[in-house]
Design a protein around this ligand. Structure first.
Ligand code: SF4
Length: 498
């Protein structure tokens, strides 16, 4: 979540763009919700979150309702660290909301862990889980303050948490005199940016997805209930049947009367392109596309765009693996496993400090000398953010005897910040802006370097470019960002979109 405290002077305080600041939020949170009377909803939520652990590893939590009371358990750490058998057994009810979270280092605190709990004006309570970032928190805060001034709701200074999710919870509470559903119908149309929301009061489960549908969210069916989750893989893991995606701009209510759908905004789909490259699990589907197959197709396109004479194609495991397989198939160069990954070390993309990040590379990947010695290697990776991983990797492969190292990247250069929940680095930390591909290649110590083109990447998804967000590659944002930010970023017009 975006830290609201950092936005007090407007969006200009966003840490991603300030080279003096630490990297900002790194969210690709996972959200999960289940409504299933008679089922062990806390364990379903536990395993659902377990399946979504790759989307957020800093904190985890769940809220369980028994119809009279909502109980929230959350803490810092992995899902398996936060919950144990006795805790889950004590969480009895018919409905649950779960969350796993990334955040900035500074904001990675218990009070910002989710679900966020909030009392409502109708006497009920709210538990809220959010994936994404709101881009109009300044406007929303003003709206909230106007109502705070009337003394009918808590304002920001009295919130326990500083995240945009807490702001959202306060807004939902502000208008809840006629119930949570009525409040949501009033608040949801005012939100801008990326939001996949799962929330509940004591009696009903709700889900909503932003009009752009930037991050994925799916709806599944159990024999006697319903499930919503960030990714379809979470449905598979708990034995739920995939029904459909929660539509962009849709508001879903699930209670004892069944499932009802309403629209709070027209759909304007711009799904996150980076979900296909890296974020989502390969066994998930997004917009009807199997992520694993898309990644293989990306590799095939990359082989056609950036052929090289070599002996062996190896992936940077695991997210580079499908694209490496595709590259090998299309190029006719044999595929091999040249690196062993320690599955228990977090992905280096999310490590919070440079020191740990570099240590993490060595902890995570180890070359298999017998496979790579004297070989001309094509190394396929999903993306280059800072270049630290690839620089260490090339060095490691050369030390292990590789004759040549040709790096192929399954996404275009990451050159622009994401305002929708994914934090790569500050722009100053990104390696792509200001350097040519040749210069980056020299910096990595590789023999050659090539990225897939944006057109090639988009074509590999089978989705029209105008229905995707590709802003971190192109600087073309599908949602208006505040004008001060647009001007600072040097976007073509100053209205925040182009
Ligand atoms: S800017 Fe990049 S990471 Fe962010 S939502 Fe768009 S495609 Fe995804």
């Amino acid at each position: 979540m975006l830290n609201v405290a950092e936005l007090d002077d407007g969006f200009a305080a966003h840490p991603q763009l300030d080279p003096c600041d630490d990297p900002g939020p790194r969210d690709a949170c996972g959200v999960f919700g289940v409504w299933a009377p008679g089922e062990d909803v806390s364990k379903l939520t536990y395993y659902g979150l377990y399946a979504l652990q790759h989307r957020g590893q800093e904190s985890a939590g769940m809220a369980v309702s028994n119809g009279e009371r909502i109980t929230v358990v959350k803490d810092m750490g992995l899902v398996s660290q936060v919950f144990n058998e006795p805790a889950l057994n004590s969480l009895r009810g018919h409905m649950a909301v779960g969350h796993c979270r990334y955040s900035t280092t500074g904001a990675s605190v218990w009070s910002n862990a989710q679900p966020t709990f909030q009392g409502l004006q109708d006497g009920h309570s709210l538990a809220l889980a959010h994936n994404g970032n709101l881009t109009n928190t300044d406007m929303l805060e003003t709206w909230l303050r106007e109502h705070s001034a009337a003394g009918d709701i808590p304002h920001k200074e009295r919130m326990d948490s500083t995240s945009d999710t807490a702001l959202l919870a306060a807004l939902l509470a502000a208008f809840s005199t006629d119930g949570l559903a009525a409040s949501a119908r009033k608040v949801l149309p005012k939100l801008a940016g990326a939001f996949c929301l799962v929330f509940c009061n004591e009696n009903a489960l709700f889900a909503a997805r932003d009009p752009q549908g930037i991050h994925p969210m799916v709806l599944g069916r159990l024999d006697n209930g319903w499930v919503v989750a960030s990714e379809s893989a979470a449905l598979d893991i708990i034995g739920a049947t995939f029904i459909r995606e929660v539509e962009p701009g849709e508001f879903v209510t699930i209670d004892s009367d069944g499932l009802r759908s309403q629209r709070f905004a027209d759909a304007d789909p711009h799904g996150c392109l980076f979900e296909y490259v890296y974020l989502a699990r390969p066994d998930s589907s997004i917009s009807g596309r199997r992520v694993h197959l898309v990644r293989k197709e990306i590799g095939r396109t990359l082989a056609m765009e950036a052929a090289v004479d070599a002996d062996l194609v190896i992936p940077t495991p695991e997210s580079g693996t499908p694209s490496a397989i595709g590259y090998a198939e299309a190029s006719g160069i044999p595929y091999g496993q040249g690196l062993v990954k320690n599955a228990y070390v977090g992905r280096t993309f999310i490590q919070p400090s440079q020191t740990i990040r570099q240590l993490g590379i060595r902890l995570k990947l180890n070359p298999i000398r017998d496979v790579i010695e004297s070989k001309r290697l094509v190394v396929v990776d999903d993306s280059i953010v800072r270049g630290n991983t690839q620089r260490a990797l090339v060095k490691m492969l050369r030390e292990a005897g590789a004759a040549e190292v040709h790096v192929r990247i399954a996404s275009p250069p990451v050159s622009w910040p994401c305002f929708f929940g994914i934090d790569f680095a500050t722009r100053a930390e990104l390696i792509a802006p200001g350097l040519s591909v040749e210069e980056i290649c020299r910096s990595l110590g590789a023999d050659t370097l090539a990225y897939i083109s944006l057109e090639g990447l988009v074509a590999s998804t089978g989705i029209s470019k105008r229905r995707l967000c590709h802003a971190c590659f192109s600087g073309e944002y599908p949602v208006r960002i505040p004008q001060a930010r647009a001007v600072q970023l040097g976007l073509e017009d100053s209205n925040g979109c182009r």
